[in-house]
Design a protein around this ligand. Structure first.
Ligand code: SAH
Length: 500
């Protein structure tokens, strides 16, 4: 039976602007053929084992030409594969999706289209420019500035566009801008009309140049605007001056590397992106479940859980042996911090003990008043022994249940380079420190890179590797780390020690 091709829009750049349907299909696809400039966070939604091919155009000439792309689509679909053809923005807006759909129809290959958020609407929106407005624009024209070089005559009717009663949105490189502006002015579009160019719209590095039609080329040139860029011509462009909400994001233009395991990275990565950062996902570790079996729990007085992963795996293991949350009935539960408590609460259990300091020592203090008796400590294999030692010292009969271990995750060269050049590298545990530095293979981080540690233990590990953390969170969880980083950016934080 033939497979199916999905012509899918990946949105304009901000990974948050991909559709739910697109993510669903990416997770299911056997083959993904994608354009250039698809955010890596979007491609990360592909399942393990999927064939992911970059068939994007490079600098004008086509690296995999349109015919070859068509052939690949048909070939994989005929072999029964679920094929995602992933395009920037919307597949049917200057994305050649129409041509590919026709080709698939001709080859009798079933296809579906998943629209995406198009750059011509999204980039202006992120610059505070609504492409329509009750008072200023009742129509909008989406225009490609790329004229077909094979044709001697201009493809577009510029005098019609000059007279168009609404906003003009131009999809094109800045190289075409002078010619197009000249044509519009020549055809009578008012020279004083507000205009704007939005470079790298919806991305952390987004920049906007505001001008009039007359001054646009010069201003864009002065600012050194490059690709990709959207040009907006019309009275709505002036709203940028008042509505530029994106520029208020505190981490705009900063790159931040996240070294924790991919499966855990999303909360931190999303939070950082929301604040405007460019996130480099550089997972240095991977969580590997150990084949341990959860013992009968009813004979324990206290269960200690030291990470959200531990909670997740404990419940998975209980489930695998035919048990559920009731196995914890009557047992006191202590956790190391609010993230672990939250994970537990999702499974219907409210932690009895949450320390004020989210480190093992904090939990030891918090347990001072608790009758410990028989304790089960469920945690990672490579965890520190602070808690075990302290509990045993107090005469508690302590068993350790090793649920998982963290192993090194190799970084590819591109990710490693990006992480090494980042403005900030974040460390959420000692194991991320060790594995990340191992992954650098003796190479040095950029001297301007600032190191952010979630707490004192992680900082110790950094120092043991000859690195001084520039920022240490006072609250040892993800939000605490984000706040510490923000304070550092705003220059309010006093680094743990000057320089590195
Ligand atoms: N199908 C895409 C457009 C592809 S044409 C869509 O619907 O968005 C490529 C052009 O889109 C680029 O030359 C540029 O003008 C524009 N573009 C794409 N992504 C952009 C971005 N993040 N910011 C500004 N312009 C962008």
């Amino acid at each position: 039976m033939s497979g199916r091709v999905y012509l899918v829009g990946a949105g304009p750049g901000d990974p948050g602007l991909i559709t739910h349907r697109a993510l669903e299909l990416l997770a299911r696809a056997d083959v993904i053929l994608h354009d250039r400039l698809i955010p890596s966070a979007v491609l990360a939604a592909a399942r393990d084992g999927a064939l992911v091919l970059d068939v994007g155009k490079r600098g004008g000439d086509e690296s995999t030409d349109q015919t070859a792309i068509g052939e690949l689509l048909v070939e994989h679909a005929r072999a029964g594969a679920c094929v995602v053809r992933l395009k920037g923005g919307d597949p049917f807006v200057f994305g050649r999706g129409g041509e590919e759909a026709e080709l698939l129809r001709a080859a009798a290959v079933p296809f579906e289209v998943v629209p995406g958020v198009t750059a011509g609407v999204a980039a202006p929106a992120y610059a505070g420019i609504p492409v329509t407005h009750r008072d200023h624009a009742s129509a909008v024209a989406l225009i490609t500035g790329h004229e077909d070089p094979g044709k001697p005559e201009p493809v577009l009717d510029w005098s019609a566009l000059a007279g168009f009663p609404g906003t003009l949105v131009l999809y094109m490189g800045v190289r075409q801008l002078p010619v197009i502006v000249e044509r519009l002015l020549g055809a009578g579009r008012p020279a004083e009309e507000p205009a704007a160019v939005v470079e790298r719209g919806t991305l952390s590095a987004q920049r906007t140049v505001r001008a009039t039609l007359q001054t646009l080329v010069q201003r864009a040139g002065e600012a050194g605007i490059g690709a990709p860029a959207i040009t907006v011509i019309g009275p709505v462009a002036a709203l940028h001056d008042r509505l530029d909400w994106f520029a208020e994001r505190p981490l705009l233009g900063r790159s931040v590397a996240v070294t924790r395991a991919r499966a855990q990275a999303s909360e931190l990565a999303e939070r950082l992106r929301e604040l405007g950062a460019t996130v480099v996902e550089a997972p240095a570790i991977r969580i590997v479940e150990l084949p341990t079996v959860v013992p009968e729990l009813s004979s324990y007085d206290l269960l200690c859980l030291t990470s959200p992963n531990g909670v997740r795996l404990l419940f998975e293991k209980l489930r695998a042996s035919g048990r559920d949350a009731r196995a914890l009935a009557g047992i006191r539960v202590a956790v190391i911090g609010p993230g672990t408590a939250r994970e537990l609460e999702r499974r219907g259990i409210i932690a009895d003990v949450v320390p004020e300091r989210f480190v093992a020592e904090g939990l030891v203090e918090a347990l001072a008043e608790v009758n410990v008796g028989r304790v089960l400590l469920a945690r990672a294999r490579d965890a520190r022994d602070v808690l075990v030692d302290a509990l045993r010292e107090r005469g508690a009969q302590t068993d350790v249940l090793e649920l998982y271990e963290t192993v090194a995750e190799p970084l590819d060269a591109v990710t490693r380079e990006a992480a090494m050049a980042a403005d900030y590298v974040t460390f959420t545990s000692s194991s991320t420190v060790s594995r990340f530095i191992d992954a650098l293979d003796g190479e040095q981080l950029s001297v301007t890179t600032r190191l952010v540690s979630i707490g004192p233990i992680t900082s110790e590990t950094l120092r043991a590797r000859g690195l001084e953390p520039n920022v240490e969170a006072t609250r040892h969880d993800i939000e605490g780390l984000v706040q510490a980083l923000l304070a550092d950016v705003q220059g309010q934080a006093r680094p743990v020690a000057p320089g590195r």
